[in-house]
Each structure stands twice: as C-alpha cells, then as structure tokens.
Design a protein around this ligand. Structure first.
Ligand code: ATP
Length: 349
C-alpha cells in the first residue's frame, strides 16, 4: 500500500486564496497519492489574533510534512507586511531553503511579448540564491530624517552559501539534461561579493566538465534575455538579481500569472509557490490566472517523485493554453475557477 505524501497548504492572502484551491482541485484530479493540511496563516489571521506563524510552526512543517504549498502573502491592511515577512521569508531562511528554482518556459508563441519567438526559444531555468544577500536586512540609518541622513544595506555573501547554490545549479543542470550553467553577477562594480562568486563558480565548474560554465554581468543578461533567450539554459545568481531577472523572465512566458517556483533544500521539506504575489487589485474577482499555481503544483509533485501526475498536469496546462481556455491576463476570457476546472477535467480524462 502506498502512503500518501503530506502537503501543508498555506493559501495566504489576496489571489492566493483563489489560485491555491484551484490548484488543489487539479492535483486531486491527477490522482496523486497526497493529502493536504490547510493552514490559515495570512493577513486575516494576523489581524484577528496577532498570529503570523505559531512558535513551533517551522519545526512542525519540517517534521510533519513532505512539502509546503504556498499561495501569496501581502495585504494592504498590514502596511508593515510583517506577517508576510515572518511566514514567507521565515520559511526560506529558517528552513534554509537555499535554492529558489524558477523554470521559464514559453507554452505558446502568442503569450510572448517578443516578436518572432517560438516556444522552444524560451526554455531556461533561473536558480536564485534564497537565504543571503541584501534580504538579510542588515544595515542601518544614521541621522534619520535629517538632510545628513545616511543609510546602509549590507549584501551578505558567505562562501558556504555561494558554493551550495552554485553546486545546486550544476546538479540541477545534470539531472535535467541541461548543457550550460551561467553565473550572473555585477562583479565589475560589487568587487568583493562578485569576487567571491567568481572564484567559487570557477572552482565548482571544474568538477562538472560535462556542463559548460559561462559568466555574464546581470545587466548584459537582461539584454540577452530579451534579444536571444534561446541561448540561455541554467542561470544561477544572487537573491536580489534573481528576484529582478525572474520578473523579466515571467514576462517572456506570458506574465506573472504563468510563472512557477520552488524553494528547495535537497533532502528537506521544501516549499513551492507561484512567482506572483497577492495582487490586491484583482483579488476576489475570479480573474486571477491559476496557471502559475497549477504549474507550481506540478513542480511540487515532480519533486516528490510523482512524475506521471506532474506530467499529466503539465500536458493539460499546455492544452488549455493552446485552446485558449485561460484567463484575461493572457488574452482569453475564462475566470479563475473555470480555467482551473477545465484543466482539472482534462487531467482527469
Ligand atoms: P505582493 O505585495 O503580494 O507581492 P503585488 O501586487 O505587489 O503583490 P503581484 O501580486 O506579484 O505583486 O502582481 C503585480 C500585478 O501583476 C498584479 O496587480 C496583477 O495585475 C498582475 N498579476 C500578478 N499575478 C497575477 C495572476 N495570477 N493573474 C493575473 N494577473 C496577475
């Protein structure tokens, strides 16, 4: 008898509360041997009783679950965004989910804002360092609010942190039949941090002579993503650059509503979330695109070894895109629920 794999589900705020239940329906339709436990962490809960995540929340997730599926966190009623920081950045940092994997795949030429680009021209993956960099919130202000104010924001790069994410990128390339790993930084200006990334990248690349190692400054990479996305394969970069280039990458595949991601520490409970945020302006209107969450669900199932179910879901999404059974942000007319139902029914067939 197979035991169900346990998935903790945090729909969160805004459109997360619409797209995650839709994606769960699609997972159920795939017949995957999984069971869900829902958590109400998010702005409503925070405003009701001050809870962001319970004190033992991260230990409980790591101990009791095989994966975590998160929607989005962020709500205008919580201007500090404290709950989002504690829950989302908490999972990334406290559970040490150091590799943020963001596949970038164009499913249909009509979704790409670039001219003369075919689906096979946009098919790469960005691996973003997820636990260091400027996101560590180290820095300070001096003479705050005066004309002499000084602000500093530290960029933290540890040898261990840089090495493990670069190694992850090479391993990912090998495991996924990719041929190239491109490290992107700004080492011409950020010489200390960039210098470390450069040295570590060169050293680790020597261990992977089957994979071509390349380097590109991040500004040049942005140009390349638009001019020749076909040349890209696996990209590894720091937390901040990864955040920025993956929004650009999302645009190449049809927008934020189409993009999936996983926050991974091999061998540990990992977390999967669509790239988009809570999108308050469109929340509660049944117009959010559920595809990013549905592709994220497929990514999570593949990570759990449920490859056949993941494949079925990806094929159904591809069919939905081709037959225009999708939402308004990608030029079709279905609502969130109707799009997800079409995909779930296709998966079940
Ligand atoms: P947060 O603060 O939680 O990151 P945000 O509104 O700043 O939220 P996003 O949620 O990432 O950032 O979205 C920015 C805009 O992109 C949205 O207002 C919306 O117009 C569009 N968008 C994002 N996700 C989707 C989606 N799933 N479907 C349709 N449009 C989307």
């Amino acid at each position: 008898m197979t035991t169900n794999q346990r998935i903790a589900v945090v729909p969160g705020d805004g459109i997360g509360k619409e797209v995650i239940p839709s994606a769960l329906d699609v997972i159920r339709a795939s017949g995957a041997a999984v069971e869900f436990t829902l958590f109400d962490w998010g702005a409503d809960r925070y405003l009701a009783d001050g809870t962001t995540i319970p004190p033992d929340g991260f230990q409980m997730l790591a101990r009791d679950f095989d994966a975590i599926f998160v929607g989005a966190l962020g709500d205008p009623r919580v201007p500090t965004n404290i709950h989002a920081k504690e829950i989302l950045l908490g999972m990334r940092f406290k559970m040490d989910l150091y590799a943020n994997v963001r596949p970038v795949r164009l499913l249909d030429a009509s979704l790409c804002p670039l001219k003369n680009v075919a689906p096979e021209d946009v098919n790469f993956t960005v691996i973003r360092e997820n636990t260091e960099g400027v996101y560590m919130d180290m820095g300070g202000n001096l003479k705050c609010g005066t004309p002499d104010e000084v602000a500093t924001q530290e960029d933290i790069n540890t040898r261990k942190g840089v090495e493990r994410v670069i190694r992850f990128a090479f391993e990912y390339a090998r495991a996924n039949g990719r041929k190239k790993v491109l490290m992107s930084d700004k080492s011409n200006v950020m010489t200390f941090a960039g210098g470390l990334w450069q040295r570590v990248f060169k050293a680790v690349a020597k261990e992977y002579d089957d994979i071509q190692a390349q380097h590109m400054y991040v500004d040049a990479l942005c140009l390349q993503m638009v001019r020749e996305p076909r040349s890209l394969d696996v990209i590894v970069t720091n937390n901040m650059f990864g955040d920025i280039v993956t929004d650009l990458a999302a645009a190449l595949q049809g927008g934020l509503g189409m993009a999936a991601s996983g926050n991974i520490h091999p061998g540990r409970t990992s977390m999967f979330e669509p790239v988009h945020g809570s999108a308050p302006p469109i929340a509660g209107k049944n117009i959010a695109n559920p595809v990013g969450s549905i592709l994220t669900a497929a990514m999570m199932l593949a990570h759990l070894g449920l490859n056949a179910e993941a494949q079925k879901i990806e094929s159904a999404v591809l069919a939905a895109v081709r037959e225009r059974k999708t939402t308004v942000d990608v030029g079709s007319s279905l609502g969130t629920r109707e799009c997800a139902t079409w995909i779930a029914e296709t998966v079940a067939r």
